[in-house]
Design a protein around this ligand. Structure first.
Ligand code: DC
Length: 221
């Protein structure tokens, strides 16, 4: 059945600015933002609460732990809730970041995330961000964007975001971590054939947002 709501899909590698850009685009258009990565993170946080040793995780135990996670709508975005509580801080912890790629490789966990994101988009106009939103989850999205940026620029943004004072050494270390994450997530991080690729290395956030909003208005006409 054809969806009656609008979907803008924003994909790209780690720290390419997808989530903050998606939120700002959603705010400008009056859509809700869905961060699909937050669900992979929520599943990881949920299994970490039950079993701290990742070598004992199986796809089934991760799924069982993830089942109670809900995606709730707030004024401007959907956010994951576990046992009645928002878990934003927990899902951004270093522990979750370390293990989430492994959870994101599990096919049934991917199905679980995709179903939740599609469900959110069935009732509201959304801007969704992730890795495979334009390829796998919403091949029929009105607009597909693939954001890329130089790995060193992404490392710099990540350090600034966490408030870490930057030094050449820290920047080198963070660039290596970003490249490692790129390699781990490479399989599912590919642009859709009909995606518009935007290189944000030399763009401000406001410029990226303006480009995407302009494209979405063009498509709507
Ligand atoms: O964007 P992020 O760092 O919050 O994503 C967390 C992890 O989930 C990362 O390993 C990539 C993965 N992910 C994915 O495989 N597919 C998505 N649609 C979103 C995230």
């Amino acid at each position: 059945m054809k969806r009656r709501t609008s979907v803008i899909a924003i994909d790209g590698p780690a720290a390419s600015g997808k989530s903050s850009t998606a939120q700002m685009v959603a705010d400008k258009l009056g859509f809700l933002h869905v961060d699909s990565g937050s669900l992979y993170r929520a599943a990881t946080a949920a299994i970490l609460r039950r079993e701290h040793d990742p070598s004992r995780w199986t796809e089934q135990t991760v799924l069982d732990a993830a089942r109670p996670v809900e995606l709730c709508a707030a004024r401007t975005s959907f956010y994951p809730v576990l046992e009645g509580k928002a878990i934003e801080e927990e899902i951004r912890s270093a522990d979750v970041t370390r293990h989430v790629s492994r959870v994101a490789q599990m096919p049934r966990v991917r199905e679980w995330v995709n179903e939740k994101v599609r469900d959110a988009a069935s009732s509201r106009n959304v801007v969704v961000d992730g890795r495979d939103m334009g390829t796998v989850v919403f091949p029929d999205a009105e607009l597909k964007i693939f954001l890329v940026a130089d790995s060193r620029e992404r490392a710099l943004r990540r350090l600034r975001q966490t408030g870490t004072p930057t030094s050449e050494q820290l920047l080198d270390d963070e660039t290596i971590r970003i490249k490692e994450r790129d390699a781990r997530d490479a399989k599912q991080t590919v642009p859709a054939e009909d995606a518009v690729t935007i290189d944000t290395t030399a763009l401000t956030q406001a410029e990226q947002v303006a480009q995407i909003v302009a494209l979405s208005k063009e498509r709507a006409e």
